[in-house]
Ligand binder design. Structure first.
Ligand code: ZN
Length: 308
């Protein structure tokens, strides 16, 4: 397998208040883990800055204008209790989108089988018209729309294993059966959505997990809810909202996964992609707030993508 890692130092310039969990150190910890020699075959590329038009693939122009108006000239501005912007935040967010779109282009051009985008801020909580939960723009929704519009993807599956429900992604694709959205997440937990009864146009599959869920129950839910839905849907492209905050060390949730669980889940999605999607997978970093848990888990995930 050829795997491309998209990265850019601008992602470290999105500043947050002291003590905020979604901090630049997250990417520094991942970068340190990626120095291991097992990652030497990885193709590492600079994520390009996306243009503002890409935002409009998943958001109204009003949302873009609102975000732009909140970017401070200095210091930090707050959209809401959890979500903050510094002077470079718009550039960082647009580069996250640019990296996601470049990753989609690379796998559809056959330059790689799969790709991982190590960006921040994350995106899956951003609804059509609302920034929330550390997220400004919904990177994964934009990547899905780009795959459809630029590359003719007909059945895009988004698998979200971040410990928080991807309410933003669900909101954007709620009535769109061309995109399957599957999520495992702790419930109850922020943002509060993600019940099994939330099914959209039959294209939303939620697998809520109780606090203290461990590896066995996670894998069982992933198999019975997510993999069966993917088998039925037969995606021609798979996107992963790869949050690693379901790791047992994570301070924001109470699910008890270990790094090997992300290896396992990645392997199952590689199997599906091999059968129906010509191996095409693009994975975007979402959450993960314990530096060691994040670095180990994301490293394990990327290494699995490299091995196929
Ligand atoms: Zn999360």
């Amino acid at each position: 397998m050829t795997t491309i890692l998209f990265e850019n130092p601008i992602f470290l310039e999105h500043k947050v208040p002291e003590g905020h969990p979604e901090r630049p150190d997250r990417l520094k910890a991942l970068n340190l883990a990626l120095e291991h020699e097992r990652f030497s075959p990885l193709s590492r590329q600079q994520a390009p800055q996306g243009n503002e038009d890409l935002v409009l693939l998943a958001h109204p122009e009003e949302h873009l204008r609102t975000i732009m108006s909140f970017i401070p000239e200095e210091g930090i501005n707050s959209f809401e209790a959890d979500t903050h912007a510094s002077p470079a935040s718009l550039q960082a967010a647009l580069t996250g989108i640019g990296g996601a779109v470049a990753a989609v282009d690379a796998v559809f051009a056959g330059k790689a089988d799969n790709a991982f985008v190590a960006s921040r801020p994350p995106g899956h909580h951003a609804e059509r018209n609302k920034a929330m939960g550390f997220c400004f723009f919904n990177n994964i929704a934009i990547a899905a729309r780009h795959a459809q519009q630029r590359h003719g993807a007909e059945r895009v599956a988004i698998v979200d294993w971040d410990v928080h429900h991807g309410n933003g992604t669900q909101d954007i694709f709620w009535d769109d059966p061309s995109v399957l959205f599957c999520s495992t997440h702790q419930m109850p937990l922020y943002p509060g959505s993600g019940a099994k009864t939330e099914t959209g146009a039959g294209n939303i599959v939620n697998a809520p997990l109780s606090p203290d869920t461990g590896s066995d129950h996670f894998r069982e839910a992933f198999k019975s809810r997510i993999l069966t839905a993917l088998d039925d849907f037969r995606p021609d492209f798979i996107l992963i909202s790869a949050g690693f905050d379901a790791h047992y060390r994570d301070p924001l949730a109470q699910i008890n996964l270990v790094a090997e669980d992300f290896d396992w889940a990645t392997g199952r999605l590689l199997d599906v992609a091999g059968k129906t999607a010509n191996n095409r997978i693009v994975s975007l970093l979402e959450g993960g707030y314990d530096l060691q848990g994040l670095a180990e888990s994301a490293g394990t995930h990327i290494y699995r993508l490299m091995r196929g």
